[in-house]
Design a protein around this ligand. Structure first.
Ligand SMILES: [Zn+2]
Ligand SMILES: [Zn+2]
Length: 178
């Protein structure tokens, strides 16, 4: 096995890991806070990696998440807005809102980088005072393995057939927050 392919699994158990994953490379973890940065680097947020600021972590296979992420599922974590800091690029965020495809009928507003298109977070009327960030924007890849590992996997009824249950993660057929 090459060093690069084994490094995530081997180094992330106890220390931070910041691979080159976008145009900027200035993300950080400091104590119980860490950064999330868009692909081009214009937008950077920081957030807590523990409760109460870190509210939940989840994967979602709903049809809306598949379309908005241009992928097969979304990997998310929910942050209490009182603990969310805009490090830079707030003016570079564009937003798009709609309720047509949201299973609960709530309105979901998506905030994405105007330059590179990275979806940084979503805000829903069903989750007042909270922002739903994207695991893939978190700069410290070790956090993907530990603090931000999804707790539940929801809308598994909409999961594509060639993706299996995530190991050790609670499975929910539909909406988990009803
Ligand atoms: Zn960007
Ligand atoms: Zn979803």
């Amino acid at each position: 096995m090459t060093t690069s392919s084994s490094s995530v699994a081997e180094t992330t158990k106890s220390q931070s890991y910041f691979p080159l994953a976008g145009a900027s490379h200035d993300g950080w973890t400091r104590g119980d806070r860490a950064t999330a940065t868009c692909f081009c680097g214009a937008v950077q947020l920081s957030f807590p990696t523990k409760a109460p600021g870190l509210v939940d972590t989840f994967m979602c296979h709903c049809t809306d998440c598949r379309k908005i992420t241009a992928s097969m599922f979304a990997s998310n974590f929910t942050i209490d807005d009182a603990y969310l800091t805009r490090e830079r690029g707030d003016e570079n965020l564009s937003s798009y809102s709609q309720s047509k495809t949201i299973a609960t009928g709530n309105t979901m507003t998506n905030y994405f980088c105007s330059t590179c298109g990275s979806l940084m977070y979503r805000r829903g009327t069903g989750f007042p005072g909270m922002s739903i960030l994207r695991l893939g924007t978190v700069d410290d890849f070790a956090l993907h393995e530990r603090e931000l590992k999804p707790r539940i996997e929801q809308f598994v009824k909409d999961r594509v057939c060639w993706v299996r249950d995530a190991e050790g993660i609670e499975q929910v057929e539909g909406y988990a927050y009803a």
